[in-house]
Design a protein around this ligand. Sequence first.
Ligand code: SAM
Length: 292
Amino acid sequence: MLAVEENVQLRSSQYALIIDLTDLALPGQPIVHIMCNTAFMHWKNMIAHHNPITPVIQNLGLMNQYLIHRSIDFGLLHEAKQLQHLDMHLSWLLHKASSFDFVTEIAGGKTLLVGEGNLSFALSLAEIPKIFPSQLVATTFEAKSNLSREAAANAKGLQSLGVTVLHGVNATKLAAALGSWKFDNIVFQFPHVGSREPVEGRNPNFILVRDFLKSAARQLQPSGKVLISAVDSPHYHGAFQFDEAAEAAGFKTPASYPFELSVFSGYEHTMTNEDESAIDHHRKFRTWVFRR
Ligand SMILES: C[S@@+](CC[C@H](N)C(=O)[O-])C[C@H]1O[C@@H](n2cnc3c(N)ncnc32)[C@H](O)[C@@H]1O
């Protein structure tokens, strides 16, 4: 049980053990009533986020529920109690594996922010007490001379807090602005090219994300990660094709977690085009986390 708790990388042998145990069920035993109970349904309805480990934990939880009821059927009450303990461990593990604390991740190292628009996201991060502003580098695609009044004011605010601010930084050509500088986190909030014109015959936003990931890979510390937040909708998933972009840039399939806008006070999302806003008409957002 402890191995399950301590080692998120569950080994298939552990999973197989539980499946083997279910084979102990006697042939012909009615199992329908076993399946229809609230605990089982609780596990079944659990939302498995797009994270490679969560479906495994969820399956273990379901199997364990089955075992608990089999044990009770056979009068193995002590064993059923132990399995209920395992149920608590698995629930805790699922919770851990499905959550992602954006702020804690940023607080844990040096972070580069690209495509920052009006820089209000960078400013909201810099004002969070557990984040050291000197560990942040905030960049805009736009040149300094092209910044909006709001962006220019936020840039000043960031610099006064000790954040490094750079302008005219192309997220697909980071080395040109940052040389060999390495980061623990590289963040692109709501990437968007502001055009629908296909590039290489593909959605231009897929190309932006793919080329950004390739460039970011060269600026990461060995255990560093890239975070990309986007609207959680089939339309945006289809546009970005994050799994394919990750593979093309040498990252594992990304896990994704809900992005809670309300955590970042003062963050006023900017649009690439006046007529297109990713946030205004949506309520659900996610952060995709890319690791090598
Ligand atoms: C939808 S806006 C989001 C702005 C900001 N990240 C936010 O969340 O408010 C998309 C941003 O991507 C930037 N962008 C587009 N292409 C880029 C590129 N090649 N490199 C860096 N930024 C880019 C645009 O300048 C724009 O600010």
